[in-house]
Design a protein around this ligand. Structure first.
Ligand code: NAD
Ligand code: 3PG
Length: 527
């Protein structure tokens, strides 16, 4: 099998390339290209490793015909069109913890730089001015720090600030009271934070809810003399309002590591008194860059080589240890989803996936995604485990995952049921041994069959002579039967015949089978 090919398109610690090679991938490091150059190149790659410079747009994803995974060596993924990548079946991963300490330290460094006006003092001193009387700082001890966002980085900033004897208040709608107590901070609403904080630091992602969270109106509500630090994302603060309020002296200082437009080369804030900035350096320490480079390469190689999924933003996690155990189940799950998707008629809006026996001990989400991948193929050819749950949601499907404690007839069982206009339709399968996936039930009828390749499904009246008739029809049509499986509800009742054949079954043969005596349904299936 050809090695997966990975492109590293942003500057990254060389350890990333080394890990890719060690883990069985071919890797190219080509940084600083224009979008057009990337579009021309991306088609040959299975993986794309990035930081924040590469913008993974719809156009790039459309050209990325082989792409399976995008790995962000860092946290923020606002430079990736995740919904579009998901629709294309591309996994998007990040490294959510590798640079958190480093970025928290940068926020604290900027807070001190503002409190003591270090950059300005440094500049004038080096110009020979010795401006000893020109600077009067403030202590941080005893002051109130207002965190907007108390996730990974916000929590680390809080712990450092508490160590500096600051009081910490936080606005984060997802922060629980228990977690706030654990962190030693006070959970407040945004208005309270604005009115109480002497320093404000931001630590949220940029989303529709957080964009412009420090709007002009909110900046005007801050305590006079506040100092603001943003090491999270540009776009969280109204930069024009920030300039006006720095100019008026309402805000005593602001430090930005991130800007609404990056690279920021001509911001109106440049040159403003008490304004300092760094060029998106929050994550730029040796330690953090080694961490994120190693982690992203390990995660991406794991996925490309073993199917392990870690820190994906659009797919359930699956450890490299779990992946081989789950693999035969994934095939079974996908085939059951595909079978029920091919057989059931009408407007299908409900699907449930039940796990019993050994299957109940496995991760449910990946199996659910595999069932949906098989099932959604009734609507689109380009479905896989990544985009299937999104497509199902888009179609308004109600997806249920049920885990049974009970002991069943099989050691391990997966059952997939769809709700149709005519009632529920259910298929079930098991594994014989470690990896022999078998169908064991179809619409309430017990059967035992492998689902593979071209198959013919027939429902007929259980009567003597039928098997001979279908065998003769296929033989006369030059179609070789590979496997042959029978099941029936009861003697003389409804029977099911499932057989695999060596070639796709032409329509005229299906039509002829429909006309055979006792036949109720004939369908060609593909797996
Ligand atoms: N400057 C840099 O170089 C740099 C480096 C690393 C991370 N970052 C950025 O820092 C930010 C925080 O990273 P993190 O790892 O702490 O993320 P995180 O996901 O751990 O934390 C984000 C927090 O924001 C909170 N939040 C979400 N919506 C909110 C809202 N409307 N109001 C208030 N809080 C809200 C969440 O509940 C969460 O607790 C991200 O934007 C990330 O991209 C920047
Ligand atoms: O979200 C992040 O991880 C930071 O913004 C770091 O971005 P960078 O990798 O471009 O330095």
């Amino acid at each position: 099998m050809a090695k997966p090919k990975v492109l590293i398109s942003d500057k990254m610690d060389p350890n990333a390339a080394k890990i890719f090679e060690e883990r069985g991938c071919d890797v190219d490091v080509i940084t600083g290209e224009t979008p057009e150059q990337l579009i021309a190149r991306i088609g040959e790659y299975d993986g794309l490793a990035i930081r924040s410079s590469t913008k993974v747009t719809k156009e790039i994803l459309d050209a990325a015909t082989n792409l399976k995974v995008i790995g962000r060596a860092g946290i923020g993924v606002d430079n990736v069109d995740i919904p579009y990548a998901s629709g294309k079946g591309v996994v998007v991963m990040n490294t959510p913890f590798g640079n958190s300490i480093t970025t928290a330290e940068h926020a604290i460094a900027l807070m001190f730089a503002l409190a003591r006006q270090i950059p300005e003092a440094n500049e004038l001193t080096q110009k020979g001015e010795w401006p000893k009387n020109g600077f009067m700082g403030v202590e941080v001890t005893g002051k109130t720090l207002g965190l907007i966002g108390a996730g990974n980085i916000g929590s680390i900033v809080a712990s450092r600030a508490l160590g500096l004897r600051m009081k910490v208040v936080a606005y984060d709608p997802f922060l629980t009271e228990e977690r706030a107590v654990e962190l030693g901070i006070e959970k407040v609403d945004l208005e309270t934070l604005l009115s109480r904080a002497d320093f404000i630091t931001l630590h949220t992602p940029l989303t529709d809810q957080t964009r412009n969270i420090l709007s002009r109106e909110r900046l005007e509500k801050t305590k006079k003399g506040v100092r603001i630090v943003n090491c999270a994302r540009g776009g969280l603060i109204d930069e024009a309002a920030l300039k006006d309020l720095l100019d008026s002296g309402h805000i005593a200082g602001a430090a930005l590591d991130v800007f609404a437009v990056e690279p920021a080369k001509d911001s109106p804030l440049f040159g403003t008194k008490n304004f300092i900035c760094t060029p998106h350096l929050g994550a730029s320490t040796t330690e953090a860059q080694v961490n994120v480079a190693l982690q992203v390469a390990e995660q991406m190689a794991d996925y490309l080589v073993n199917g392990g999924v870690t820190n994906a933003l659009n797919m359930p996690s699956l450890s490299a240890e779990e992946a081989p155990k789950l693999r035969p189940y994934m095939k079974l799950a996908e085939n059951l989803g595909s079978l029920v998707g091919q057989l059931a008629h009408g407007n299908l809006t409900q699907i449930s996936i039940e796990r019993e026996g050994a299957a109940a001990e496995l991760a449910g989400k990946p199996l659910e995604a595999a069932v949906l991948a098989g099932f959604m193929r009734r609507y689109s050819d380009s479905v896989n485990m990544v985009n299937a749950p999104y497509l199902a949601k888009e179609r308004g499907m109600d997806v249920r995952s049920i885990r049974h404690e009970r002991e069943g007839a099989y050691n391990t069982l997966l059952r997939v049921t769809v709700g149709t206009d005519a009632g529920d339709r259910s298929v079930a399968g098991t594994l014989f041994g470690q990896d022999n996936a078998r169908l064991v039930e179809i619409f309430g009828i017990g059967i035992e069959a492998e689902l593979a390749g071209h198959m013919l499904y027939i429902v007929n009246e259980d009567a003597p002579g039928f098997i001979g008739r279908i065998g003769t029809l296929l033989g006369e049509s030059g179609i070789n039967i590979g496997t042959f499986h029978l099941g029936r509800r009861d003697a003389g009742g409804e029977a099911v015949l499932l057989l695999s054949v060596d070639q796709a079954i032409p329509k005229n043969v299906i039509d002829a089978a429909c006309k055979l005596e006792g036949v109720k349904t004939v369908m060609a299936l593909e797996f």
